[in-house]
Design a protein around this ligand. Sequence first.
Ligand code: NAD
Length: 329
Amino acid sequence: MSNDQLITVCGAGGFIGGALVADLRAKGHTRIRAIDIKPFDHWYQKFDDVENHVLDLSLLENCRFAAKDAHTIYNLAADMGGMGFIENNKALCMITVLINSHLCLAARDAGVQRFFYASSACVYNGDKQKEYNIPALKEEDAYPALPEDGYGWEKLFSERMCRHFREDFGLQTRVARYHNVYGPHGTWDGGREKAPAAVCRKVAMAKITGNHEIEIWGTGDQTRSFMYITDCVYGTQMLLNSDWVDPINIGSAEMVSINQLVDIAEDIAGVKLKRNYNLNAPKGVNGRSSDNTLIKKVFNWEPSTRLRDGLEITYKWIYDEIMAGAKSR
Ligand code: NAD
């Protein structure tokens, strides 16, 4: 793909979409169309030399505009958030199905060459995630289907939509199953934030206010793996430009408990906090991490940024946002 072919990034006002646009620019791509439903002021990363559009991509006509003359579409648009959001907004999560379905139709009709869909570890069968120390999730663990209610079903359905558009219509779809992505320029409060950003915010607030306590959702024994944003953006483009057509994990294999995540954030901030466990808060599955056997075999690569290193950058960014009186968008 040459640098002057048009790339459309859907969800470009969000966390991963914004980071992707920044990286595509840095790589010398000169024609980027960035689309998001959020008011432009609220986009995490904004670039004047990019075609920016505020549009609702659940509408087919707007998807046709997104696909017009595009060589590549990255679909990162979704109505989503962390566990607190997806457990309480299942219908909203499922309505996102309109975005990917309309984008697939528009991409097919416009002759788009490559189409990326951002799926999630939430597609994996819940029965495989009941214990804290479970084996990491392999791609085949998505079936028999028992994904996260609402959000996970939408992701699994949209994965299949991509597959059938490829098989039936020849649209070159690529699907990544992201595992918890974190980093600067993403949501850190307001109810849609995910665990790493929430923990950084709580630790930073404790440090700033001198109230040395932290609320943790669940027992803190839940295990997860967290992928730093630069690994996500690299893996996304690597997959898009490859011949690999099946859904594949893009996630870190460094599994930690939420308590260990808090330990790391405390260490970065140089504080020790009293932990209050809220056992009634949404906490998601007990154990989840990414088995990277397949991605290492196919691409000889896996996300490798150490959680300690990525969290340090993320903590500093959130701390600075709080000090600047910023609001998450
Ligand atoms: P995000 O919420 O920061 O970005 C998503 C963007 O989509 C938002 O800016 C939102 O305004 C936009 N959007 C929502 N509805 C829209 C619509 N109708 N039309 C146009 N834009 C719309 O989320 P993110 O973390 O950047 O996630 C990007 C993608 O990756 C999503 O599909 C998400 O489900 C997937 N994913 C993310 C993670 C993660 O940890 N961040 C993990 C797994 C999968």
